[in-house]
Design a protein around this ligand. Sequence first.
Ligand code: NAD
Ligand code: DAU
Length: 338
Amino acid sequence: MKLLVTGGAGFIGSNFIYYIQKHYDDDILCMDALTYAGNLETLTAAAKSPHYSFVRCDIADRDAVFKVFEAFKPDIVVNFAAESHVDRSIENPGIFLQTNVMGTQVLMDVCRKYGIKRFHQVSTDEVYGDLPLDRPDLFFTESTPLHTSSPYSASKAAADLLVLAYHRTYDLPVTISRCSNNYGPYQFPEKLIPLMIANCLNDKQLPVYGKGLNVRDWLYVEDHCKAIDLIIRKGKVGEVYNIGGHNEMANIDIVKLIIKTLGKSEDLITFVTDRKGHDLRYAIDPAKIKAELGWEPETMFADGIKLTIDWYLENRPWWERIVSGEYREYYEKMYGNR
Ligand code: NAD
Ligand code: DAU
C-alpha cells in the first residue's frame, strides 16, 4: 500500500507515520509545507526506513501537488495538513481558508485525476460548535449540525462539506474523522498541554483563559492514529466517524494536574483575558466507530498525561529549540498584554 500523509511533520501526522511504521510495511510519502508547525526533526527516526520519503510541498500549490502525485501515485491520502491553532485563526483567518479549504480542494482534484482508493480528511469536533456546561447529558454525534465558532473551525467545516460534495458529485471515495482534543509527544508548545508543561518547567506564568472552566475531551494521540488507521482500511466510503474517549476535563484541572506532577506552585497560574468566541465544552459520542469498527481508546488519561509529561522532560531540546526561536515573538504578541 502507498500512503500519502500530508501534514506529516506536525503533531498528529508524525505520530500517525510512526504508528503505520510500527504496524505495516506500507510505503509512506510525507508531504508537508514545513510551516512554523512542521518540524522534520520529529521524523528523524521515521526517515531511516527505506519505505519512507519526504517532499516539501504546499497542499494548496496545484502544480506542485500534481507533480508529487505523478511521481508517487498513492493508494490512500490522509490529509492532516492544516493551520490548526484557534488563537492564530482569530489573528489571521486568511491562511486558514487558503490551506484548510483551498488546499483540501487541490488534493481532491488531484485524487480525481489519478484515481485513489481512499481520500481521508482529518477533521475536528470543533465543527459542531460547543455544548453548554450545564448539560452533561449532551454529546456530539455524527448528525449534530455543523455550527462553528472560530475562523479555524469554520474552515474545517467548509472543508468537510467540500469533501462530502466531492463524494456525492464525483464519487470520490472519501471518509472523514472528527476527533476531540489530542495530547501526547511532539505537540507544538502553543497548545494548552505542552504550553503549560514547558512554562512550568521554565517557571513561567501559566496563562489560563477566562476562569479556566471550559471543558475539552482529551484523547491520547496514538488512540486517534489507531482510529484513523481503522477508518482508512475498514471504514465505509462516504461516512463520517467521530473519535473521542469520554474524557472531559476543565482546563484549570489539567493545569493544576501538570503543576502537581512537576512539583511546582499554583502561584504560577495567571488568569488572562478570555479567547474571543471561546467554545465552552466539547464532548464526543464515539458510539459509531466503536460499533462499526471495534475502536476503543487504549490509553487512559492518567497514564497518557504521565507519558506526555515524561516525554517533554526527556526531550527538552526538541521543544526548547521551538520556544527559543521565532515562537518567542508570537508568544510576546499573544500573551504580552493579556
Ligand atoms: P499541527 O499544526 O501540529 O501540524 C500541521 C502540519 O501541517 C504541520 O506539519 C504544517 O507544516 C503542515 N501544513 C500546514 N499548512 C500546510 C500546507 N499548506 N501544505 C502542507 N502542509 C501544511 O496540527 P495537528 O495538531 O497535528 O493537527 C493535524 C490535523 O488534525 C489538522 O487537520 C487538525 O485540524 C486536526 N485535528 C487536530 C486535533 C488536535 O487536538 N491537535 C484534534 C482533532 C483534529
Ligand atoms: O477539539 C479539537 C481541537 O483541539 C483541534 O481541532 C485543534 O486543532 C486543537 O488546537 C484543539 O483546539 P483547542 O482550542 O481546544 O486547543 P488549545 O490547546 O488551543 O486550547 C485548549 C483549551 O485551553 C481551550 O479552552 C483554550 C484554553 N487555553 C489555551 C491556551 C493555548 C488556555 O486557557 N490558555 C492557553 O494559553
